[in-house]
Design a protein around this ligand. Sequence first.
Ligand SMILES: [Zn+2]
Length: 144
Amino acid sequence: MTTPNYAVIPGPMRKLSDMPDLPLVEFVVALDGGWGTWCWTEHEDPVFWNHSVAPLFPPDTPWKLIQKKMARLVERGIIEGCTCPCRGDYEVTDRSRAFVAAEAVKPGAVRCPPEMIERAQIKAAERERRLGHLGLGSINTTLQ
Ligand SMILES: [Zn+2]
């Protein structure tokens, strides 16, 4: 399957500022402690990449641009994660939640599409079930 198109900007992304921050941070917040990634490959399991921000970007956005955009959010302390070109491991922090609360009420704010919030929530629920199954409860872990 190809990347579902939940792109939040209509045209191609040419520079980092073309892509709004809010939908990306909203997506990471919706993962609720699970880690997110910029990675995307074609995969037979349609929910395999539920934790990827890639579908928020216009189709055919170079991965380096996606990875850089996310790295800036990490550098600015808006989300937790890694800025090297690894999978990213983006995680929510209190600052992420505060950022969304402040930005979402601004006029003209570009929001994360409901379908993407749903994808993140499915991933978060999956993780919750697995942690419960292992008896780990609320222990903070990067287990996906
Ligand atoms: Zn890294």
